[in-house]
Design a protein around this ligand. Structure first.
Ligand SMILES: [Zn+2]
Length: 74
């Protein structure tokens, strides 16, 4: 019975050692999610994420207002 407890403790120690090392490796491997494609407004030049930009005529704008102003001026 004593041997069984000894092996159980060894197994627990190995499991514990792996568990401590694993999260650090995962953090290094995970790609940064905060990075997004940045585009600049063709009218005022302000930088904003592509998902928030208004696109028209293969150009990006910070707002519909600037999109309309750019189309009118060009
Ligand atoms: Zn703008």
């Amino acid at each position: 019975m004593g041997k069984l407890i000894f092996y159980a403790l060894v197994a627990l120690l190995i499991y514990w050692a792996i568990k401590i090392r694993a999260p650090k490796q995962r953090n290094d491997a995970s790609p940064p999610e905060s990075f997004e494609d940045m585009v600049n407004c063709a009218h005022c030049g302000v930088y904003l994420p592509k998902s928030e930009a208004v696109s028209s005529q293969q150009k990006y704008f910070c707002s519909h207002e600037h999109c309309n102003l750019y189309i009118r001026s060009s």
